[in-house]
Design a protein around this ligand. Structure first.
Ligand code: NDP
Length: 244
């Protein structure tokens, strides 16, 4: 069943911020394409599945990503909002980190965003309507020890987002980003360097152990989208109040 709301595509919907965004847009009745590699986790979300398509897609595989979006567009119409949220953070020092971890992060966090953007952008420019919101990080604008490759990937997201925004603003297409501080999602569960994890735990105590609730990050994404098309909130930085 479809309604008159446009299609929202969310990458990385299987956990963390993406799962919270899925709940928020679902509560508002938007048809959604929810993407991730662990589709069973998306299927287990507490959603009304009437207007929801779930597809397995790795954002680093452009063909698979594109096929999923085209499949949803046949049912729900063209994508009006793409949220490039999927991402990975593998902490470690450059002198000892496995270069494969750098590659995975750059492929997912940077190439994944470029892939998604290219898939939807031509249609958005042609229709002179559409929004792309990229999930960056405060690590996209300031540095953190143990985060060199992750910081490189998120500085990349900041740079490419603002560049593309400038390129398409005259086509009435919005490109925005959200830059959150620390939040406890599944992000840290992939870190293989124990010393980086214990450094994180010590740092967390400097803010009283209180990190962001992922649902507030989801609300900031929706706030950007809910503005009229002629208003582009280019960036929201959001962090726990006590974060430095
Ligand atoms: P989670 O680990 O909980 O979620 C990451 C999501 O990305 C998962 O749904 C995962 O799905 C998906 N994903 C990872 N790699 C791929 C891939 N190759 N293809 C498709 N999907 C992929 O972390 P968060 O919710 O915290 O992270 C979401 C975004 O927010 C990331 O971009 C992250 O860098 C950013 N961020 C997070 C912060 C935090 O402190 N938590 C702070 C600032 C930014 P699956 O494994 O099922 O494919």
């Amino acid at each position: 069943m479809t309604n008159n709301k446009p299609l929202v595509v969310i990458t990385g919907a299987s956990s963390g911020f993406g799962a919270e965004m899925a709940k928020l847009f679902n509560a508002d009745g938007f048809p959604m394409l929810l993407l991730g590699r662990r589709v069973e986790k998306i299927e287990a979300l507490p959603l009304n599945f009437d207007n929801v398509m779930i597809e397995k897609a790795d954002v680093t595989d452009k063909d698979e990503f594109e096929a999923a979006i085209h499949k949803a567009e046949k049912v729900y119409g063209k994508t009006d909002l793409l949220i490039n949220n999927a991402g990975l953070m593998l902490l470690g020092n450059v002198w000892k980190q496995d270069p494969k971890e750098w590659q995975t992060m750059l492929d997912t966090n940077v190439m994944g965003v470029l892939n998604g953007t290219q898939i939807v952008l031509n249609d958005m420019m042609e229709r002179e309507h559409g929004t792309i919101i990229n999930m960056s990080s405060l690590a996209g604008k300031k540095t953190f020890v143990n985060h060199a490759a992750y910081v490189a990937s998120k500085f990349g997201v900041h740079g490419l987002s603002e560049t593309i925004r400038q390129e398409v603003s005259d086509k009435n297409v919005r490109v925005a980003m959200v830059a959150p501080g620390a939040a406890e999602t599944e992000l840290l569960t992939h870190v293989t360097d124990d010393s980086a994890l214990s450094d994180y735990e010590s740092w967390k105590q400097t803010m009283g152990g209180i990190t962001l609730d992922p649902k507030h990050v989801a609300q900031s994404v929706k706030f950007i989208y809910d503005m009229p098309q002629e208003v582009n909130i280019r960036e929201i930085d959001i962090a726990a109040t006590r974060q430095d």
